[in-house]
Ligand binder design. Structure first.
Ligand SMILES: [Zn+2]
Length: 481
């Protein structure tokens, strides 16, 4: 598989550090609010990546952190160490403890991921229970001269790391002190970033350290938790493209200075989700959560299909019109799956068994799917190819040009691919064969005529055909056994 690596700015052949095993770290949510559909897109990318690695035979270990100390968030684009705790702010506003706020939104996040059929990470470490690990790394950085303390605050000295900027291209020569940069009087260099900040007595979340009673910077959380669960070097780190700078640049600097080892082999970033061509923002009123999607009558699977239909390294332009299209596409796949199942259940024979042998849909589905996915997870191409096969097989199925054996082959190939797409389809009751319906109607008539002996015989006839009949309000219900 070739995967685009933000670090080398090229597609590279993926090779794991340990044979057959892959470690993945994903920057998780800051749990002071619901996640939005932009966050969700990058979680779906990580999910597709993991699913495809598993499909390819790797054993994957996936870690996704929960940022439950919220002075910084993924939405902050500045150097973001101003110290405003969004979880604490929300807690004060809602008269709840920060723990209650974090718990509530962590649960909401898991629900949203489950509804999107995102496989749960193997572990979701929480920042607040990894403070000792963060302090340990900061101490090492101070000892090695990569960090300095002033007035109880500790900053990373960006000039001490010659590779600073290797991920984002924002090297020290290129960096300009922009309006977005929050100054801190204790910093030596404007781009130094906070590792530890002294807390105001009013600050709700604070811990003891040798520098001050305070709280950690955001960036250090991810270094500490990824190293704790995946070791000093991991295979893949994922996130949204807005994480590249400063967050991931800072993660590399502090991790590599502390361990002397390469931090991450592959950096995988999902591009922005736009809403009708514009950046999503609360003030523009184009800011959507997964709840907004279902409120509009869409299924989370429609959203998942919309994500899949665009490559993760292309901007995705979200609109309600695009959602309508995704809904129609989803329905098309679901109906096709239904037709395949009917053909299988009814054991439909092909009209011309010799001609049927010419169709090899297994190869037509699997080989192009794998070559699309091997090329940097090209889900949009993989889906386009699937729709071509759907168009052709729909015609063949309605002409009975393919029978139940071929249909089973096609369905099995699709189900294999769908382990990667991760689309869920409702378990609908399959169409009841005509002969079963006829027997059921005869039985209903027999019961109305109080001929219970005949009714009982007919029930046995129905059961022989692997259907179960239940009486209901002067009618009946049939179920597949
Ligand atoms: Zn992170």
């Amino acid at each position: 598989m070739r995967l685009y690596n933000t670090l080398t700015k090229s597609k590279q052949e993926f090779k794991p550090l340990n044979k057959g095993k892959v470690s993945i770290y994903t920057c998780g949510p800051t749990v002071y609010d619901y996640i939005h559909i932009g966050n969700l897109r990058s979680f779906v990318t990580a999910d597709i990546l993991r699913r495809y690695l598993e499909y390819s035979g790797y054993e994957v270990r996936h870690i996704k952190n929960i940022t439950d100390v919220g002075h910084l968030t993924q939405d902050d684009i500045a150097q973001a160490d101003t110290g405003e705790d969004k979880i604490a702010k929300k807690a004060l506003a809602e008269k709840k403890t920060p723990e209650e706020i974090a718990k509530f939104y962590t649960e909401a996040f898991h629900r949203d991921e489950d509804e999107m059929n995102i496989l749960r990470a193997h572990y979701f470490p929480k920042a607040t229970v990894h403070i000792p690990q963060m302090i340990k790394i900061i101490k090492t950085l101070v000892k090695y001269g990569n960090a300095y303390e002033k007035n109880g605050n500790v900053f990373f000295d960006v000039t001490s790391f010659k590779d600073y900027g290797k991920l984002s291209g924002n090297t020290l020569d290129n960096l300009k002190v922009g309006a977005l940069l929050e100054e801190h009087t204790d910093k030596k260099h404007p781009w130094d970033f906070a590792l530890w900040l002294k807390a105001d007595p009013k600050h709700l979340l604070q811990w003891d350290s040798s520098w001050s009673r305070g709280y950690p910077g955001w960036h250090i959380e991810c270094s500490a938790m990824s190293m704790e669960y995946l070791g000093n070097t991991m295979d893949i780190h994922t996130g949204g493209e807005d994480n590249i700078f400063p967050h991931h640049e800072a993660e590399i600097a502090q991790s590599e200075c502390a361990t002397g080892k390469k931090f991450v082999n592959f950096w995988v970033h999902t591009r922005h989700l736009l809403v009708e061509g514009e950046k999503m923002s609360k003030s523009k009123g184009n800011f959507y959560t997964p709840q907004d999607i279902t409120r509009k009558g869409f299924d989370p699977m429609h959203l998942r299909l919309l994500y899949l239909s665009s490559h993760y390294r292309k901007n995705l332009d979200f609109s309600w019109k695009a959602m309508e299209q995704a809904k129609a596409n989803y329905k098309r796949i679901a109906e096709w799956v239904g037709k395949l199942k009917n053909t299988i259940n009814q054991k439909t024979e092909p009209v011309n068994p010799d001609a049927e042998k010419d169709y090899s849909f297994k190869e037509q589905l699997i080989a192009p799917f794998e070559s699309a996915m091997d090329d940097d997870l090209n889900t949009s191409l993989a889906l386009a190819q699937l729709f071509q096969v759907i168009t052709i097989t729909n015609i063949l199925l309605s002409d009975k040009a393919v029978g139940y054996k071929k249909a089973k082959e096609i369905l099995e190939a699709f189900e294999k691919m769908n382990k990667v797409f991760g689309l869920k389809f409702p378990e609908k009751e399959t169409e009841i064969p005509k002969v079963v319906k006829k027997l059921a109607n005869e039985r209903l008539a027999a019961r109305k005529n109080k001929n219970f002996k005949k009714a009982d015989e007919l029930r046995k006839e129905i059961e022989k055909r692997e259907y179960q009949i239940e009486d209901a309000d002067g009618s009946y219900k049939i179920k597949k056994l």
